[in-house]
Design a protein around this ligand. Sequence first.
Ligand code: SAH
Ligand code: SF4
Length: 361
Amino acid sequence: MKEPIVELLGISPEDARASLRAFFKARNEAEFRTKQVEEWLFDRHARSFNEMTNLPSNLQVELGNEFSLTELESTYVARSSDGTVKHLWRLDDGERVESVLIPTKDRLTLCLSSQVGCALGCQFCATGHFGFRRQLRPAEIVAQYSNSSRVALHDFERPITNIVYMGMGEPLANLDSVINSLNTLHRGFRKGARRITISTVGLVPGILKLAQRPEPFELAISLHAPLHELRLELMPIEKRYPLPDLFEALRSFQRQKKRRISFEYTLIDGVNDEPKLARALADIARGLTCFVNLIPFNPIPAISEWRASSPSKIARFSEVLTERGIQNAVRRPRGRDIAAACGQLRLARKAAVSVNKKEGL
Ligand code: SAH
Ligand code: SF4
């Protein structure tokens, strides 16, 4: 029986090397062929084996019979006036996920997806609203990086410097695939662990597992409310892992990793932006070395009437945190004009498609 095709971006870089070595050895090819393929894969972001022009064409064909490079098809690209570029990628079964390139003066950050949809149903999140479809394979996570790298070099003439797992899905609910993808990004593509951030809604077992990793990956926690009742209203996960359990896990993470932890706090007008909540946040974060990112809510018109808090309300919230010794920054929303918040483009495209259908287009 024919062996299934191996996705080179979906296995560890060490396994990829061993598989390639075995492949070339079986054909009496020299060892350096493995290095050549690795260079095409990890340094030159090859789209196909045919591009590997320093390999004879018969080897290109034979490689393609045994291995795949997991190409994603870009079905939609949106470019924001602020430079943000968002891709909607079509997967081999027709599902779609998004990734976003966010340029700043000295960084080019890729925000990538870890699942198709998300099961966790946070009230303020477009991805949460359309529910869970399926897990992403490790290679589908990494392929967002390799495909986006080509765009980065072409459009921005510089490589991606930072990676954040803040697109669609909850990374720690797809932990094995996410860990595999981290291995390939870190040890294959040689992205520094300090430049890779995993953002989670607060799945305690996953946080404890990440704490055991030797690499200093960054951890960001989607907090959004410092009190149980309010957090439960916004984020159903609060029922399974309430704040005291989450913070115990974070303290344990910090004891092991000695790393600063980030919190994400999306400010929604009249919902979670009162100064007393900033005081409560400072209270629960006491003793942790942390940084709070304050993010104006990105409205999701099709789903809710919530709006972003006013700049003065956000400034006040920030002040209260600062007065209480909690480092924080207000983040500028990026790519608003292209629906760059988590899950929004897929949703917007879906709406556009159903309108077109209704109009018989
Ligand atoms: N599931 C993970 C990572 C993906 S969400 C998590 O929840 O952390 C990435 C970030 O976008 C999270 O901090 C999430 O709370 C935030 N987010 C989701 N919808 C948003 C919206 N409409 N406006 C602003 N931030 C949003
Ligand atoms: Fe899922 Fe994160 Fe959205 Fe919550 S915020 S629904 S965990 S993707």
